[in-house]
Design a binder for this molecule. Sequence first.
Ligand code: MLT
Length: 420
Amino acid sequence: MRLSMIKINENFLDLQDNYLFSTIAKKVAKFQEEHPDKKVIKLGIGDVTLPLAKSCVDAMKKAAEELLYKESFRGYGPEQGYDFLKEKIIKYDYKSRGIDLDLDEIFISDGAKCDTGNIVDIFAKGNKVAITDPVYPVYLDTNTMSGRAGKYNESTGRYSNIIYMPCTSENNFEPQFPDEAPDIIYLCFPNNPTGTVCTKEQLAKWVKYAKDNKSIILYDCAYECFITEENIPHSIYEIEGAKDVAIEFKSYSKTAGFTGVRCGYVVVPKKVYGYTEKSEKVSINKLWNRRQCTKFNGVSYVTQRAAEAIYSEEGQKEIKENIKYYQENAKIIRNGLQESGFLVYGGVNAPYIWLKLPDGVKSWDFFDELLNNIGIVGTPGVGFGPCGEGYFRLTAFGSRENTEEAMKKIKEYFIRESKV
Ligand code: MLT
């Protein structure tokens, strides 16, 4: 018998409980089991409810049909994605905004969650990571898994090696430059969870900061299609010099209802460099390509054809209608909450509405109160970080009927109880 035994990656033991949205799903399932006749309206996880655009489904059918014949069958595709999709991305998502990108700077993937999580593979463990607080939990969890977070402090709710940039109503949800310069800076705009945005001027300051400090910005703009106001960048590459320091993550999940279909992409400009211990410059694009070729076999042909269809005239019309529908939901939620007396943020350029709870009310208590009394599910702000305590997130991705019903219930409940 051998004396050694299989060892685990102990970094996983530093993770907190469960993934936020799994905890919520479990709580809701338990409630439904105990109250089978109570209606529950889910405005928690940002999952879309409108069906896929017909153009996408037609493109998938056509692509599936091609696989039926020897002449048009496809096996492994390029790990980085098919050119037919990358060409559309370059033309419609970037060239139209005055941004030039090469085909080999785009990597098609199965979504921004995987990409923002997997990107940590190519960076050294010793890098200092800065995240906003509150933050999309994937950035923190994946750095914890790879040993970059340090030890968790129960009383502060923070990890020792992570640099937290608080974003609260006090600073208008604008992350401030940290005292210690980070190597990796995660920025997400329009922001998940707060629904707030940053202007071109604000983002330009971050690009300069990253250049000055030889840092890299990981820019998640999965919610870019919800921007309604001027002067809000849809891509970080609208900022001069960003191609030297930023990697951008895009997703079709919220843009085109692909949460179940799974497709997104990463832009890794060839001018972005990292450094070895000996200060030698290494192309980040090359590293990411190498990582993808080894660990990923590309997104299915059928899915990429569906994504391509988004860029057709009909596809654009269809997805824009869906986006408008969710934007209208966001307005209904914002108005409903304001009429109920809440202070409300986000929801103008984003599908998330971030509400401030009355003083002293804790996020998880509010979650329980809403679920138990009126059957509405949201996401407790503290689940996104300690600075989210006292806040609560609702999503605009529900059906119109459910959104209106939820707001009616919230108004009745809070006005009746004079709670706010
Ligand atoms: C959210 O609710 O924050 C998102 O749906 C999560 C995700 O996109 O993974």
